[in-house]
Design a protein around this ligand. Structure first.
Ligand SMILES: *Cc1c(COP(=O)(O)O)cnc(C)c1O
Length: 354
């Protein structure tokens, strides 16, 4: 049986392991050398590191491209924005991960790019925004935290017609939920901090490029700008990745149950659930104060930012000053973990009832 025919659930476990030679470790070591004896493939560790390579091999196999690890999701995102030449036009979602939009605003304010915001769930608006030559089309689907979906094949077609490099933040869907490169995107980014690492104990980011050319440009950028991850952090993310399929199965199944029950809840005005993934956003009846009170009342769910870990988290997003104002004040984002779904429901239901 060839490795090409393995299912993602197998790749997640098997890719990026040392070769099956007698005496070899089952896991890659945490490689802690900053320099190497001359004559080998890597001379200095800003250029490459075997622990990064193991993680990159596994993620690259899952997404169907060439991966690079970064010290955070934002470092990976900043590296992809840097692919757009100075003075070029960049199209971004009008609502997406708040710090990505803050970066786009900063680049616009500094005169680096003309940044155009568009509702990426609206095909007509997207077509209009892409009627002009564009260097970079930034997509996120499902979006954080509104869980809007973008028609990726359509956006890819329109984006390429405008001359754009197409980047997709795949943090919410994970490669088990969707593989944007197979749909024609040029580069995928991840906050590996979230589902890939999965235990809320490490920050890490990644890019996955479809072409060797884009991969090479990103690798040169990482080496020159120096945004490299720690070997131990990368090792932790790879260790977390090994159980992604099990965590994903449980968390997405529980999210579906919770979303359905929330739909009929008297304390909830609106439920947003993309039908993919383990994030559910709710609008709590009674406004921001009522939403804050729900976050304070849960005992099992932790009131904390972030998502994608084994433990369930919730927060009111607009408490962050950077959050786009298109996000309702009473929106609480739920990151469903892998605990027993009935325990999660009882705790959330009690918090909502006050
Ligand atoms: C958290 C997040 C990021 C940023 O990643 P960091 O690892 O925190 O830098 C980017 N995109 C999305 C969708 C996220 O949820």
């Amino acid at each position: 049986m060839s490795e090409q025919s393995w299912s993602p659930a197998t790749v997640v476990v098997a890719a990026g392991r040392p070769a099956h030679t007698p005496g070899a470790g089952v896991n890659p070591p945490v490689e802690l050398s900053s320099t190497y004896v001359a004559g080998g493939p890597v001379g200095y560790a800003r250029v490459g590191n075997p622990t990064w390579s193991a993680f990159e091999e596994a993620l690259g196999a899952l997404e169907g491209g060439s991966a690079l690890a970064y010290p955070s999701g934002m470092a990976a995102i900043a590296a992809v924005f840097a692919l757009a030449p100075d003075g070029s036009r960049v199209v971004v979602p009008d609502c997406a991960y708040n710090t990505t939009l803050a970066l786009a605003d900063e680049l616009d304010a500094a005169g680096r790019h003309e940044v155009v915001r568009v509702d990426i769930a609206d095909a007509d608006a997207l077509a209009e925004a892409l009627a002009h030559p564009t260097a970079l089309l930034w997509l996120e689907s499902p979006t954080n935290p509104l869980l809007d979906l973008c028609d990726l094949p359509l956006a890819v077609e329109r984006g390429h017609a405008a001359g754009a490099l197409i980047a997709v933040d795949n943090t919410f869907a994970t490669p088990l939920g969707q593989q944007p490169l197979a749909l024609g995107a040029d580069v995928v980014v991840h906050s590996a901090t979230k589902y890939l690492a999965g235990h809320s104990d490490v920050l890490l980011g990644a890019t996955v490029a479809a072409s060797p050319e884009v991969h090479e440009r990103l690798h040169t950028h990482r080496t020159v700008h120096g945004a490299i991850p720690g070997p131990f952090e990368t090792w932790l993310a790879l260790r977390g990745l090994r159980t992604l399929h099990l965590r994903w199965e449980r968390a997405t199944a529980s999210a579906a149950v919770i979303a359905q029950r929330l739909a009929g809840h008297p304390a909830v005005e609106r439920v947003r659930y993309a039908g993919i993934g383990a994030i559910v956003s709710i609008e709590v009846r009674g406004g921001a104060d009522a939403a804050d009170a729900v976050c304070e009342r849960t005992r099992l769910w932790t009131f904390a930012t972030s998502l994608g870990g084994v433990e369930s988290l919730l927060e009111r997003r607009r408490r962050h000053p950077l959050e786009p104002t298109t996000v309702p004040e009473n929106l609480v984002r739920l990151s469903v973990g892998i605990e027993d779904v009935e325990d999660l429901w009882r705790d959330l239901d009690a918090a909502l009832r006050g």
